[in-house]
Design a protein around this ligand. Structure first.
Ligand code: HEC
Length: 124
């Protein structure tokens, strides 16, 4: 085999490898994690939708589970401030985990509920 033929492509590849390295663009910065808005959470602008998405299927109507209705501001507020609304959603050990037999709500949703309660559960 001709030495020249076997070594030249190798050198060429080596050259490309080095130049490629030198000209590599800088690593793109890590993408920012999606932001979670926990400012000014109210029943009307967020909490009602969370209840409808995760809770009212069982906690509404004439025979709600656990006797807990979560379809109006007053009822949700009362569970939030005097009940186990947060603890059940956070899967804390002092409450039955909610949604019942379901997956915990996303971290951002839980953080919004916590912020709302810390703010004394405003309606609007
Ligand atoms: C699939 C039906 C279902 C869904 C969905 C559901 N619940 Fe419940 N919930 C139940 C049942 C059943 C109980 C009674 C469980 C028990 O204590 O044995 C209960 C009990 C509770 C309790 C009392 C917990 C305790 O430890 O006494 C709270 C508070 C509650 N639910 C809030 C919620 C909230 C908030 C959501 C939405 C994030 C939700 N539930 C979604 C069925 C459901």
């Amino acid at each position: 085999m001709n030495l020249k033929h076997s070594i030249l492509p190798f050198l060429f590849a080596l050259m490309i490898a080095f130049t490629a390295c030198k000209n590599d663009p800088p690593e793109p910065p890590e993408p920012e994690p999606p932001t979670c808005n926990t400012e000014n959470i109210t029943y009307e602008n967020r909490v009602e939708a969370i209840m409808e998405q995760y809770c009212t299927a069982c906690h509404s109507g004439a025979s709600p589970d656990a006797g807990i209705v979560l379809t109006t501001y007053e009822e949700v507020k009362s569970q939030a401030l005097d009940g186990l609304l947060y603890d059940s959603m956070a899967h804390n050990s002092n409450a039955t985990p909610m949604p019942y037999l379901g997956q915990k709500v996303p971290d951002c949703t839980l953080a919004q509920i916590a912020a709302w309660i810390a703010d004394d559960a405003p309606e609007s």
